[in-house]
Design a protein around this ligand. Structure first.
Ligand code: SMG
Ligand code: MG
Length: 373
């Protein structure tokens, strides 16, 4: 394909409730949507990509306005002149730019969406999905009290979510999990996510989680602490799942070899795109390591593509793929629905759904034409 235009849309979308993790609270989703116009053998098409970087560099080094800058100044210029561009070569053309996986992933997603729309293939078909629906888990932010958490969890279970993930932080962990287990029983699939808030010194505390039969403990230590995660894993019965630490297939290979990850949370944005996400899926599967699809509070655009990824056979645990309504009263695409604990995998060509212009206009706080031929 030949790229004929690139436009960035910065949106600020209200959340239905604040979302608090060990590193901060979000009240809005600061979204960055990439729109690529391309000439293909099938004619002119538009492809859409979503950048998952957050407003501030607290979850990972990238942040949304930094991504917009990187995309505008370095990524798009490297792609517009590329001969015979296809989604499979985007990462190659961008390899001289160090890091910035979320910025690269957003651009690759837009190119892939354009390519698949032109070819009439869905994300799920292209990526190798084998399921028509995927089980829907929900991530529960840090609340003002344990009682409030119990009410929130009760609401999600009543809605039909099949797995609960509790955000934890030092001092907001053991008693929280104990209360949730006491109220909802030992059978609900339950896991916790620390977003790197602990150190190895906390291992006696973390070990106390072993009594609650959790599916996994997600990213207890810092991003770079692969060896320490392996050490922690040897001290705990609860499986360790890595999120922030896995930024590529290479770091996934290192984590698996070191025994630092019994489970991997795959987020396409964090690892540089859907193609690298599939490579990590394949690698983990070959090693007998379970994977599941994480979430970055995506709009319906990224959420639909994540459901497609989660339909691959190695995704054996429910993902953070909840309904649009979990975060948004109004989503920028047709809303993603959860029915009987499942989210349907879109079958339309490309990412399955595209942003609705009138909703984008309502939430837009900035727009930039990066390239036009
Ligand atoms: O999209 O459902 C979602 C959010 C899931 O908890 C979630 N994501 O570390 O896994 C994680 C967090 C990262 C974003 S926190 C604002
Ligand atoms: Mg996480």
């Amino acid at each position: 394909m030949i790229i004929t235009s690139v436009r960035l849309h910065r949106l600020s979308i209200p959340l239905v409730a604040p979302f608090t993790t060990s590193f901060g609270t979000e009240h809005t989703k600061e979204a960055l949507i990439v729109e690529i116009g391309a000439d293909t053998a099938a004619g002119a098409v538009t492809g859409w990509g979503e950048c998952v970087a957050m407003e501030e560099p607290l979850y990972s080094p990238e942040y949304v306005d930094g991504c917009a800058e990187v995309i505008r100044r370095w990524l798009v210029p490297a792609l517009v002149g590329a001969e015979g561009l296809v989604a499979e070569t985007v990462a190659h053309h961008l390899r001289h730019v160090v890091g910035h996986p979320m910025a690269k992933a957003a651009v690759e997603m837009a190119v892939l969406d354009a390519q698949l729309r032109a070819g009439g293939q869905s994300f799920a078909q292209y990526l190798g999905g084998v399921r028509a629906t995927v089980p829907s888990g929900v991530s529960v932010g840090i609340q003002e009290s344990i009682e409030q958490t119990l009410r929130v969890v009760d609401g999600y279970l009543t809605e039909g979510y099949v797995r609960i993930k509790l955000k934890i932080a030092p001092g907001w962990d053991i008693e929280l999990v104990r209360a949730v287990r006491r109220m909802f029983g030992d059978d609900i699939p339950l896991q916790v996510d620390a977003n790197a808030a602990y150190t190895l010194v906390d291992s006696p505390t973390l070990r106390r989680l072993d009594e609650f039969d959790l599916l996994l403990l997600e990213q207890p230590l810092a991003e770079g602490d692969l060896r320490q995660h392996a050490e922690l894993a040897s001290r705990l019965r609860t499986p360790i799942c890595l999120d922030e630490s896995v930024t590529s297939a290479t770091s996934a290979a290192d984590a698996i070899s070191l025994g630092a990850a019994q489970v991997i949370n795959i987020k396409p944005g964090r690892v540089g795109g859907y193609l690298e996400a599939v490579r990590i899926h394949d690698l983990a599967r070959a090693h007998g390591v379970a994977v599941w699809c994480g979430g970055m509070v995506e709009t319906g655009l990224g959420r639909s593509a994540n459901a497609a990824l989660a339909s691959l056979p190695g995704f054996v645990l429910p993902g953070d793929i909840s309904a649009s309504a979990r975060f948004y009263a109004v989503d920028i695409t047709e809303p993603v629905e959860m029915v009987d604990g499942q989210v349907a995998v879109d079958t339309a060509p490309g990412a399955g759904r595209a942003p609705l212009p009138e909703v984008m206009a309502r939430f837009r706080v900035g727009e930039c034409e990066v390239f036009a031929r």
